[in-house]
Design a protein around this ligand. Structure first.
Ligand code: CS2
Length: 487
């Protein structure tokens, strides 16, 4: 038996389900990147809005690259089970807020038509850091990236989020339809401002007047999104099937904690997501920085150290004193230059992170978090590092974190068949293999401007600090770095 509208009544009583009439729900939010995170987060908040009796805000999901999710959820009326796992309790609910889906480039024309239609009031996205095609260090649009170059060559048939958004806004402007709100839900600082910068840079290449109109009329609220949601595994599928008594091709397993802080800037209205606990705030930058630096910064650190110590999951990595002895002082370094939102105690925030990381019910793979380091390090770790440098403070623990990333990439470079998941993989691996000598490795990797810009390699004090930590990790018998490294 497969999860579907018709089988909802056969779910066990313990499983919550949509009680609203899904046929009345209007698909007014188009979401680009309907992966596990979106389905654990925004779709869950939106489900609560629909359940409260407001049918105006359904989600039409879109896979940008592939039709995989549409193919999985289509036969089950886009319903899926969300398992919220605590250390000793579990809640399972079926989410009904996704009412349609487009999948992959073959649906791009239909997706564009929907985005151009007046029924679409919000276009939101979770496409990860690299989906914005912005050079992390300079903030410039990557005009040479093949997907961007292709969309610029044929703007009427876009395949990237930037091409789609700009083309849909162009059509709306021509038809005198109000522009939708563009809402980024990615882990980037000032994600709305970055989304705006990327969209405007793309629009300027297409039509300068359109860019001016977008700048004046479109809103790009910033958001802080938080819910630890590992990629779904086959074990998760089996677990959820047992819990709901029927098959779900792509359930989501997440934690019980969830947080969403949003800047209240919308062109065509918005759902009342506060019903499920979202917060509208004008202190969004502080919220984003606290989350990106304390959570994501420590997550990345822990994942590289976990990868070097054979710890497959975050919960396992948290059991290793070597790792917690690095994380605790790392958090102190980060918090010392952090402006927390008013009334929020960042020490208590960090304590709650430790509990979340230790959740044994979540099998969050360190390999997953360790991916795309080039896109993650700047905002997670290099930003607090620069803030400390501006105050003349040394940062031995942030240096340790960066050294751990360096060991991770060097090890990957020297391990046959190992793959580095990173859009800059070719450049990083080439730099990592240039020399086996510690000081040269550190210098060569630090020379990647797209990650470290020019200030960090030029800072002699920081170079020495980083090299010291790189050597310290190399000499630590618990760290399995590449045997080739000569210290
Ligand atoms: C993680 C995030 O994979 C990663 O880089 O740090 O996905 C993290 O789990 C979420 O931001 C938590 O909200």
């Amino acid at each position: 038996m497969r999860l579907s509208e018709k089988n909802l009544s056969k779910l066990p009583a313990t499983v919550a389900r949509p009680t609203y009439d899904r046929s009345k729900v209007v698909g007014s939010i188009v979401h680009l990147g309907t992966g596990a995170f979106h389905r654990a987060h925004q779709a869950m908040f939106t489900d609560a809005v629909l359940a409260s009796g407001d049918p105006a805000w359904g989600i039409v999901g879109a896979g940008i690259i592939s039709a995989e999710m549409k193919d999985a959820l289509g036969p089950q009326d886009f319903l899926y089970a969300l398992a919220e796992m605590g250390a000793d309790s579990e809640k399972v609910k079926v989410i009904g807020s996704i009412v349609g889906m487009f999948g992959g480039t073959e649906d791009a024309a239909k997706l564009l038509a929907k985005m151009s239609d007046v029924s679409t009031r919000i276009v939101s996205m979770t496409v990860t850091e690299k989906g914005y095609y912005l050079d992390v260090a300079s903030g410039k649009l990557q005009l040479q990236a093949p997907a961007i170059a292709a969309d610029l060559a044929t703007p009427a048939t876009p395949k990237t989020i930037l091409g789609l958004i700009v083309q849909a806004l162009k059509a709306r402007r021509a038809a005198k339809i109000k522009p939708f709100t563009v809402m980024s839900c990615d882990n980037l600082p000032n994600n709305g401002k970055l989304a705006k910068a990327a969209v405007l840079a793309f629009a300027r290449e297409v039509d300068a007047e359109l860019a001016v109109w977008i700048e004046a009329n479109v809103r790009f609220p910033c958001t802080m999104v938080d819910r630890i949601t590992p990629a779904t595994t086959d074990a998760d599928r089996a677990h959820v099937t047992a819990a709901i008594g029927m098959d779900d091709a792509w359930p989501v397993v997440t934690e019980q904690f969830v947080q969403w802080v949003i800047e209240d800037e919308f062109t065509m209205g918005r759902p009342d997501w506060t019903i499920a606990g979202a917060v509208f705030s004008d202190e969004i930058e502080r919220w984003e920085n606290m989350k990106l630096r304390c959570l994501n910064g420590s997550h990345s650190t822990l994942s590289y150290l976990g990868q070097l110590t054979g710890r497959e999951t975050v919960a396992d990595a948290m059991k290793l004193p070597l790792i917690t002895e690095i994380l605790d002082p790392l958090w102190l370094e980060i918090r010392a230059v952090l402006k927390a939102p008013k009334g929020v105690d960042s020490a208590a925030y960090v304590e709650s992170l430790k509990q979340r990381y230790r959740n044994p019910a979540l099998k969050h793979r360190t390999a997953q978090i360790a991916s795309d380091g080039s896109q993650k390090l700047p905002q997670r770790l290099l930003a607090p590092l620069r803030d400390r440098q501006a105050k003349g403070l040394a940062s031995p623990m942030i240096a340790t974190a960066i050294a751990a990333w360096m060991h991770f990439v060097v090890k990957t470079a020297h391990t046959p068949d190992a793959v580095l998941n990173d859009p800059l993989a070719a450049e990083i691996l080439a730099q990592a293999k240039l020399s086996n000598e510690a000081a040269s490795i550190v210098g060569n990797l630090l020379a990647i401007k797209k990650i470290f810009d020019v200030d960090l390699p030029a800072n002699a004090g920081f170079r020495a600090e980083l090299l010291g930590k790189f050597i310290e990790l190399a000499k630590n018998p618990a760290i399995a770095s590449a045997p080739q490294i000569k210290v």
